[in-house]
Design a binder for this molecule. Sequence first.
Ligand code: PNS
Length: 162
Amino acid sequence: MHRAVCPGTFDPVTHGHLDIIGRAAQVFDEVVVAVGVNASKNRLFAPEERIAMLERATADLDNVRVDGFTGLLTTYCVEHDVQAIVKGLRAARDFDYELQMAQMNAQLAAGVQTVFLPTSPQHSFVASSLVKEVAGYGGDVTGLVPDFVRDLLTKRLASRRS
Ligand code: PNS
């Protein structure tokens, strides 16, 4: 059984994330979407909300499940018999940071390989942070996130303003 994680904060999940998760699910027997729930004041959605959104968005993928993790990602991988960390690369700007993380993770757990997948071109500009910024100014994020995520985002941003 070849098991991989797709880790991230997913605040919120985008179609870019779902593209990588779906393609990882074609390569590995099982994919765990590992939602980083380390404490941070800057998240729009609570850990359980991010996990619920991912569960709904990946419900059609039989070999994908969603889990939260705290602490080091490599510790999660070792404890859950995960052999690979799958990361999407949108453009050159992602590479330096992701390479550094991959090398640090290899230092921490030599048996866990990082695998990079190039983001599909139609998603290369999509980032959760930009989606939140655009939605925060009233812009339409349809097509960048699942429709139900767009609606939750709109509602959350409106409640923050009131
Ligand atoms: O969606 P993001 O913000 O790019 O996700 C980053 C994440 C959660 C994958 C990364 O910060 C992470 O792995 N955090 C867990 C803590 C850890 O293992 N840090 C060492 C990384 S080299």
